[in-house]
Design a protein around this ligand. Structure first.
Ligand code: EPU
Length: 417
């Protein structure tokens, strides 16, 4: 298993290009199942989760042409299998995103239930409830969601909580349903908007994306389209946190600062100087960060996917920060590892109280999930001495060439195979 070895204590300096957003690309790849025409995507990041999704779609019969530079063309003209097997779903929960498109276009789907997850229970009951409201017959059989419908019918669906992939699954399903679907309490995340924009380019009739009420008029068929994936706001935020922790200066090219308001606000509170253009961010940090607490919430609130990284920053801040995780019940797996590096963190339920220390000391630490891994890399970059981050396959799921990008900023970081 690969590890990262980091020698910390060096300020980061330079320019980084932000990759396409993982969490936009995953549903968008699955949306290719909605038509027999080719879908061409640009700015698709080169990540393990993308590889898993392409393998899943390939098994179903989707023809895939993956070119250098993040261009992928998919054609779902000949689908021979409407199934997502356990061995793929268990490695990537986002595989559940094939359920809506398969059911909408083929009237049947068999998708393994994801099971437990490192950051929380993460059930998919809302996906199922929504599809059932659209007249799908759904049963759980041998660990699979088995769904069938002659044709889905538009429905008014109010999810019990805001769910990102739940909204995406129902949105995709509704595009080919008979009649009007109204999604209430819908997720407003930029990744949902990006998916809706692709679907509209494919001929879907959608209004209200980006708000909590999305209205979809079903159409008879969708057609091919070309679409560019939005920049990854979490990758960009992770690099900014790294620079805020080590000091230095960074320019992010190909970023979307308009989707990063809550993260940029927190980093400014921490003392970072930030300037933005339409697709770039320039940020510098001198001196010790100030403590900056946050409460994670749905977009446009502070993203749960940035919680671990902002915590790593706070471990070195002057003062005490209170961080509350409101989205997932078990997303503090990085805390024990940060404590091993000398961080002062107390957990009480969903709240972490982080009292900044003067310095962290390098240690061997274990990555437990994607964003936890990112927080350990940030801590390692800022710590004194050497840090080894083990099990970085988690990191490879969601960060494209992270160590190469950090090396370009002057970080002493190497992959050990
Ligand atoms: N929930 C349910 N039932 C459902 C769906 C969700 O109880 O049917 C609960 C979840 O357990 C959670 C909350 O609702 O407590 C919100 O979960 P959501 O469904 O929004 O999460 P998700 O769609 O599974 C996506 C991202 C996550 C990100 C969350 C929250 C993708 C592929 N994944 O997950 O990304 O943390 O939204 O913003 O889009 C990551 O990239 O590291 C990552 C985990």
């Amino acid at each position: 298993m690969d590890k990262l070895r980091i020698v910390g204590g060096r300020p980061l300096q330079g320019e980084v290009r932000v990759s396409g957003a993982k969490n936009a690309a995953l549903p968008i790849l699955c949306a290719s199942l909605l038509t027999g025409d080719p879908i061409t995507l640009e700015n698709v990041p080169d990540l393990r989760d993308i590889g898993t999704t392409l393998a899943l779609l390939g098994r179903m019969g989707v023809q895939i042409d993956r070119q250098a530079g993040g261009r992928v063309t998919l054609c779902a003209a000949d689908i021979n299998r409407q199934e997502a097997p356990y061995e793929l779903v268990k490695t990537m929960r986002a595989s559940i995103l094939v359920l809506g498109p398969l059911l909408a276009r083929f009237g049947q789907a068999r998708v393994s239930l994801p099971g437990g997850c490192a950051i929380g229970q993460r059930p998919v009951d809302q996906h199922i409830k929504g599809l059932a409201a659209m007249d799908a017959e759904i049963r759980i059989e041998h660990g699979f969601v088995v769904a069938g419908a002659e044709r889905l019918r538009g429905a008014s669906i109010l999810t019990d909580m805001v769910t990102v992939t739940g909204t995406e699954n129902l949105l995709m399903a509704a595009t080919l349903a008979h009649g009007t679907t109204v999604l209430e309490n819908a997720a407003c995340e930029p990744e949902v908007v990006d998916l809706a924009n692709l679907l509209i380019a494919m001929g879907a009739d959608i209004e209200g994306h980006g708000t909590d009420r999305i209205v979809i008029q079903g159409v008879e068929r969708l057609h091919g389209a070309t679409h560019r994936i939005i920049p990854d706001r979490i990758e960009a935020g992770t690099f900014l946190c790294a620079v805020a922790a080590t000091g230095g200066e960074i320019t992010l090219q190909g970023a979307a600062p308009g989707t990063m308001g809550a993260t940029l606000d927190k980093l400014r509170e921490a003392g970072m100087k930030i300037a933005c253009g339409p697709n770039w961010i320039r940020a510098s940090m001198h001196g010790r960060p100030h403590a900056t607490g946050c409460r994670t919430s749905e977009y446009p609130g502070f993203p749960t996917d940035m919680q671990a990284q902002i915590m790593a920053l706070n471990t070195l801040a002057s003062g005490t920060a209170v961080i509350t995780e409101n989205i997932f019940e078990n997303r503090y797996m990085h805390v024990q590892e940060l404590q091993r590096m000398g961080a002062d963190i107390e957990i009480d339920g969903h709240t972490a109280v982080v009292t900044g220390v003067e310095s962290l000391s390098g240690a061997t630490v274990m990555a437990t999930d994607l964003r936890a891994s990112a927080s350990l890399v940030i801590a390692g970059l800022a710590a004194q001495g050497e840090t080894t981050v083990e099990r970085i396959y988690h990191l490879d799921r969601g960060y494209e060439r992270m160590e190469a990008k950090l090396q370009a900023l002057g970080a002493r970081i190497h992959r050990i195979q």
